[in-house]
Write a protein that binds this ligand. Sequence first.
Ligand SMILES: NC(=O)c1ccc[n+]([C@@H]2O[C@H](COP(=O)([O-])OP(=O)(O)OC[C@H]3O[C@@H](n4cnc5c(N)ncnc54)[C@H](O)[C@@H]3O)[C@@H](O)[C@H]2O)c1
Length: 297
Amino acid sequence: MTKVVGRTAFITGGGSGVALGQAKVFAQAGCKVAIADIRQDHLDEAMAWFDGRGHEVMAVKLDITDRDAYARAADDVEARLGPVELLFNTAGVSIFGPLQNATYDDWDWQLDVNLRGVINGIQTFVPRMIERGNGGHIVNTASMSAFVALKGTGIYCTSKMAIRGLSECLALDLADHGIGVSMLCPGAVNTNIHEAVLTRPAHLQQTGYYGADPNVMAHLKQVIAVGMEPEVLARYVLKGVEADQLYILPYPEFRRTLEEIHERVMAALARPEDDPDYEKRAAHGVPGGEKREKVAS
Ligand SMILES: NC(=O)c1ccc[n+]([C@@H]2O[C@H](COP(=O)([O-])OP(=O)(O)OC[C@H]3O[C@@H](n4cnc5c(N)ncnc54)[C@H](O)[C@@H]3O)[C@@H](O)[C@H]2O)c1
């Protein structure tokens, strides 16, 4: 059981959507909260919501792909709110289309934010958390794309499947330090992610997909507008953190799809009787085989 009351939370992308929901719910649960975001307008709107509510919240303008700026942001937040013991790697972007149309800029932008941005958060805060020895918790926001491949989502899906591997390994590595790890996998959430292209940096503008096209943005908004509200999603996260759950999967509509994926994988997996060398390997307790360390449930 992880207690969150009184702890300091650092939430990337905290100016909008999923992360702002997390900021509201964890502040209401008694956390001190730093919201870090690349968009000043999002930070201003978020701070306006917190105004007068009595929570201890600060805004930090940060591009999570900038490692030096990340370290400075961490120092500023810790000087004002105390040691960060809850890290939410939530900021993310998306752009869709077939992989064969992707440019290197399309790859670099999404992997820089969705994967390297998360790595930067871990590299910045994990050594501090370990050194202080107070434990803590890290929540990485992935997506159902961490499990489900859909046509036209290739780069996004690659980044989110990477977050799954990262989160599962991190949970094993940090268990002895009392630092829990959760991976949040939302389906649709009613956020501003349809505007993600607006944060695309100037040096990565060459795209094989679309730019800041109002028609595309309106279409994407239609798809997510029926999604879960961010605060509802964040209440699942609070429960997941308190219960130290690795997987936070609040979307029952994916149940059958996940069963089908696992059935396909199991059908493809060789059986012991098909492989003459199996007994020899099994006798030695192959890493990753039957003797694999268990991941938290
Ligand atoms: N909305 C959905 O349907 C949905 C579904 C599954 C997963 N997710 C995931 O949820 C997370 C949050 O997305 P959202 O839907 O709330 O979108 P959002 O656009 O509403 O919020 C994302 C925030 O991240 C900020 N951001 C973007 N790039 C940044 C950077 N380089 N540095 C710092 N901040 C940056 C944006 O300015 C924005 O305020 C993402 O990781 C996304 O992949 C969203």
